[in-house]
Write a protein that binds this ligand. Structure first.
Ligand SMILES: Cc1ncc(COP(=O)(O)O)c(C=O)c1O
Length: 449
């Protein structure tokens, strides 16, 4: 582990492909008898070393993570005790509640309760289940029985919202995708018109899902304006901040999140921009009863939902690992200020890249600058007959080169490279190398002639 961590401090020059021996080892049959533990651990490290690790400082693809060291140690400790945070587990339950409260304080969200989940997908599902039960009381028991209901999000919301609508019986086709403005944020007027029209038609609005940091470009929907619409119409406001919400805790970006405290629920993935290892998402709510109304059960073998709620009364899962420990320990060891500074640094890196890229000939950036830490970039080459193919191929070439790792994304029909900075290890030099590689490797498009 120490060797891996030391390696992450500086980017390696290429990705290591699995050796022939390793590939052969990964095809061996079930071992009937055990072998030496040190050999086993060495074999395991060899596999991990030949894998794509998001903790590396030049991993800029999708929305990466950092695998913060103290978080990894917390996981080792937590798994050693193997506590189940379903019913009251003693001090560990208190720690989980404290971690939720610290997280709410960090973000500026007055969370009265919440829980750690396996990811943003499950956190969003959890919040929308609570919203459904508030809008249609008793639907958890009777089903939707043909009631028409809808949820509202921007056209660039994460697809976990559609999945939640599918699973909750709302139906994917009832996800109203609201248009976006020039900065790719949900258009509040269009939202208000859509909700009003649905109410007139007898369709029950379940929730508005604001995205605080879209996966595509990092746009933050106008939370305060959306909260006004929700207040007027009595609709639940959920903020999906799986990626971007930690930036609410950094002074330079906190203004983007004005209105956050008015949301009924929020999602934040601590395994993204709070730097701890997967899986550590959190769903926070202002009113604890909204979760217990949809999740609490009386079963003969489970102490029923009394005054003090059990974790199982407010979540989907029964077997629950102690996900809270890694965030709790990280706050204790590093302090909130270190988190705020690291998030701000990632945003500065994004701004720096945007400005440097915008100043280069043959490199395009979006007309509006990064709100958070995602900077779509596109190589343009005069006379290039197929710039989409060129940029897709440039991305593949950079991945194969191994010095940087970026992923592509399609924005308004165009293929872009979409670097995203969420790693505290990333340096300015790493960012500058990315730009110089895009510039030099993308200069030639002769094979698209
Ligand atoms: C805005 C947003 N919401 C939800 C998710 C889903 O999170 P997870 O992958 O942890 O399930 C993501 C993942 O990237 C995201 O960007």
């Amino acid at each position: 582990m120490a060797r891996a961590w030391a390696e992450f401090d500086q980017a390696r020059e290429t990705e290591i492909a699995p050796s022939a021996q390793l590939l052969a080892d990964l095809r061996t049959p079930l071992p009937e008898h055990g072998d030496d533990v040190i050999k086993g651990l060495n074999d395991a490290s060899a596999v991990l070393d030949a894998s794509l690790a998001q903790a590396r400082p030049r991993y800029f693809a999708y929305i990466g993570s950092s695998g913060l060291e103290v978080g990894a140690l917390a996981d080792l400790l937590a798994h050693s005790y193997d506590i189940n945070l379903a019913l009251d587990a003693g001090a560990a339950s208190l720690l989980e509640a404290q971690a939720i409260s610290w997280l709410g304080d960090f973000l500026g969200y007055p969370a009265l309760t919440g829980s750690f989940t396996s990811g943003g997908t499950v956190s969003n599902l959890t919040a929308l289940a609570a919203a459904r039960e508030r809008a249609l009381p008793g639907s958890r028991a009777h089903g939707l029985s043909g009631v028409r209901c809808a949820v509202y999000c921007s056209q660039e919301a994460h697809y976990s919202i559609k999945r939640a609508a599918e699973i909750l019986g709302i139906g994917r086709e009832w996800v109203r995708t609201i248009p976006i403005d020039a900065e790719r944020r949900m258009d509040t007027i269009a939202l208000a018109e859509c909700i009003d029209a649905d109410i007139r038609e007898g369709i029950t609005p379940i929730a508005v899902i604001a995205t605080a940091g879209t996966t595509l470009t990092g746009a933050v929907d106008p939370l305060d304006d959306l909260a006004d619409v929700c207040e007027r119409t009595g609709v639940w406001l959920h903020v999906d901040g799986a990626y971007g919400l930690p930036a609410a805790g950094a002074p330079a970006t906190s203004d983007l999140f004005i209105g956050l405290a008015r949301a009924d629920s929020v999602t934040v993935d601590c395994h993204k921009w709070m730097f701890v290892p997967k899986a550590c998402s959190a769903v926070l709510v202002r009113d604890p009863r909204t979760l217990s109304n949809v999740f609490a059960h009386d079963e003969a073998y489970v102490p029923h939902a009394g005054e003090a709620l059990n974790a199982v009364d407010i979540t989907l899962e029964y077997s629950r690992p102690m996900r809270a420990l890694k965030l709790w320990l990280a706050f204790k060891v590093h302090g909130a200020a270190a988190f705020r500074a690291a998030i701000a640094r990632n945003c500065e890196q994004a701004r720096d890249l945007y400005e440097r890229a915008g100043a280069l000939d043959g490199v395009a950036v979006l007309t509006s600058g990064p709100q958070l830490s995602i900077v779509p970039i596109r190589r343009t080459v005069p006379g290039c007959p197929d710039e989409n193919a060129h940029n897709a191929e440039l991305c593949t070439r950079l991945q194969a080169d191994g010095r940087v790792y970026v992923s592509p994304a399609t924005i308004d029909g165009q293929v872009w490279l979409r670097p995203c900075f969420t790693n505290f290890r990333t340096t300015s030099e790493d960012v500058h190398l990315l730009l110089s590689l895009i510039d030099s490797e993308g200069a030639d498009c002769s094979h698209h002639g």
